[in-house]
Write a protein that binds this ligand. Sequence first.
Ligand SMILES: N[C@@H](CCC(=O)N[C@@H](CS)C(=O)NCC(=O)O)C(=O)O
Length: 289
Amino acid sequence: MEEQPPYEPPEVWVADEENGGKFAKTNRPVAGPTHEEDLPTGDHPLQLYSLGTPNGVKVTIMLEELLGLGHAGAEYDAHIIRIGDGDQFGSGFVGVNPNSKIPAMIDRSGAEPVRIFESGSILLYLAEKFGAFIPTDVKAKTECMSWLFWLTGSAPYLGGGFGHFYHYAPVKIKYAVDRFAMETKRQLDVLDRHLADHAYLAGDEYSIADIATWPWYGVLALGRIYDAAAFLDVQSYHHVQRWTLDIGSREAVIRGRMINRTSGEPEEQMEERHGSGDYLGKTGVRINS
Ligand SMILES: N[C@@H](CCC(=O)N[C@@H](CS)C(=O)NCC(=O)O)C(=O)O
């Protein structure tokens, strides 16, 4: 590759349409809708608009966990939002999430529909609505919230930082890869030290803190994102590995990972989910496979 001259930022930044890499088609410096498009609505109380990325999978795992506990009110339609095609900029989606990012949800079970955006907020909303996967004891609940907020602040360094510069960026920049590999390993070590003495993030109880964190750091520890298992030496985080395998073998996690998924084998993918019959013939992604 031809050597680039050092970059001198101009006085006022302007968007360079050539410079978006894999995301060039959808990256924009402004918010708001690009086109008029209503969202579809299914029959269930909860309408999810999402995609099978780590942020999307947090919510489908939670919904599957709730259904597994017998909460019929957690029945949901999962509609696919193809972010590569710009569906997140349709007027209907922007009405549910002004930030134009999946996942977004509408709860139609009450007198007025309630919109919820940000995956952490959706998890908390569902946990409180059904009184599940959130400790009741103040100390344990606060620990759960601390880890949930930790994940919300930390995952962008893993995804937008490490994943972007190591895996997606069209040019590999040593400074950027070093900076975010360092931070990602530090975060893995934070988790590893904590999980050395605790079964789950909030303590003894599996909670929304684990449900939020697993699709990022668990899947990273399995070597299933960014092709980075060797580079980050993920096997050396023994306690993260134990937690990853434990959570990854839960049926709700296997089901949740299939939904709105657009890659992998056909039996691992379910583009949309509208009822329990949709799982017939689907095995999902097994962690030992
Ligand atoms: N903080 C948000 C992040 C959501 C997010 O980054 N979603 C990505 C997919 S994982 C997205 O929709 N990207 C589309 C875009 O940036 O245009 C959350 O946790 O819900």
